[in-house]
Design a protein around this ligand. Structure first.
Ligand code: GLY
Length: 374
């Protein structure tokens, strides 16, 4: 293993050991690290979709080091998240991100019965968002009953997990119907993906394909491409269905053909050449997907995926990782959306750090494999 991987892991463990104490004192779930403190999401408090990534960083570090400090902080954050589960009204399809990575991780590592119940509760909420015309509804709001987004491919892991736990086939059936709709309506011929598709929520007819967090309709928001790449890889692994792996391969080829020379990732693969806007979350997430896909397909093709992941991870480490004591997060140049939506551009965003840590754990053989049902 290359030396920088162990070094990066050790530095991440050190940074977040300190961070766990700071964050506990602040009493929040962090969205971003800003200098020597953490800042919560600008939207929806602890119901914001990114809340599970902080405890997930803690669980990954606990698993790799055995240091109870991380578990302690993961459990503090989990309590805030389960309060939101009871409150319910602000939750959406992102309960997959939120609860598989917190309660799900807790259950996976300790067998805690309440954590399992809470994860199943979240899975039931996600299944409840299924519209039988063929998709999982993304967000609340009377004007958004027909909205589905590519990000949901990652949330499907919660359904696969619940199916495995309960032996109830409904969970996987819902996930597969949504994944099949995503292949049909989101994935383009060249392996790129739309961010949003708006369906008629009564008939399932496609009404619109807006640009979402990318530049414009028809563009390729890079994080959306990463969600598709990793999400289809996970559907392939969780169902054993080659069809999903084949879609993931198309998405991977498209993503790889757009990686920048320096290994970083443009925010939208169709952004104008003179725009410098990076989203390192996309690169970190896609790297995790490529490492998993490499294991599934093997051979020379797998080597190619692994090499692309390594190029991106090395780029992140060398050019955009802030290891200084003065900063609370690691990856810089994370961007929430192409058009400024108030959630940040070229800042640290902690779910980028999560995927970076997950990738390091994969490379070191300690990844918790939180997205896998088995
Ligand atoms: N799920 C929204 C995003 O990736 O920003």
């Amino acid at each position: 293993m290359e030396k920088w991987i162990d070094e990066a892991f050790e530095r991440a463990a050190k940074k977040f050991a300190r961070g766990a104490k700071i964050c506990a004192q602040q009493g929040i779930i962090p969205y971003t690290g800003e200098k020597d403190r953490y800042v919560p999401s600008p939207y929806d408090g602890n119901s914001w979709w990114t809340g599970g990534f902080w405890p997930a960083i803690m669980w990954q570090l606990y698993n790799a080091t055995g240091d109870g400090l991380y578990m302690h902080e993961a459990l503090r954050a989990e309590k805030l998240l389960t309060d939101e589960l009871r409150r319910f009204d602000l939750l959406n399809h992102d309960v997959g991100f939120m609860y598989l990575l917190s309660c799900g991780a807790h259950y996976k590592l300790t067998g805690d019965a309440q954590a399992r119940t809470d994860t199943l509760h979240a899975a039931t909420l996600l299944a409840g968002r299924f519209n039988p015309v063929g998709f999982i509804r993304a967000w609340p709001g009377e004007d958004r009953t027909g909205f589905a987004i590519v990000d949901c491919m990652m949330n499907l892991s919660l359904l696969y997990w619940a199916g495995e736990q309960t032996h109830d086939p409904r969970f996987e059936k819902i996930a597969r119907i949504h994944a099949d709709t995503t292949i049909r309506e989101f994935i383009r011929e060249d392996g790129s993906a739309n961010h949003i598709v708006v369906f008629d929520s009564s008939t399932g007819e496609v009404l619109d394909k807006p640009g979402g967090q990318g530049i414009a309709p028809g563009s390729s928001w890079s994080r959306g491409q990463a969600w598709a790449l990793y999400g289809f890889t996970l559907s392939g692994i969780n169902t054993g269905d080659q069809k999903y792996i084949d879609v993931a391969r198309r998405c991977a080829k498209y993503f790889i053909s757009n990686i920048r020379e320096d290994g970083l990732t443009d925010c939208d693969f169709k952004q104008p050449k003179d725009v410098y806007l990076i989203d390192n979350i996309a690169g970190a997430c896609a790297s995790c997907g490529l490492l998993e896909l490499a294991n599934v397909v093997g051979g020379e093709e797998g080597e190619g995926y692994r090499a692309a992941a390594m190029k991106m991870l090395k780029g992140l480490n060398d050019l955009c990782a802030d290891w200084s004591e003065e900063s609370a997060g690691i990856l810089q140049k994370c961007t929430a959306a192409y058009h400024d939506d108030g959630a940040g551009r070229h800042i640290n965003i902690l779910y980028g750090d999560y995927f970076f840590v997950e990738a390091l754990c994969k490379l070191r053989g300690t990844d918790l494999r939180l997205w896998m049902a088995r």
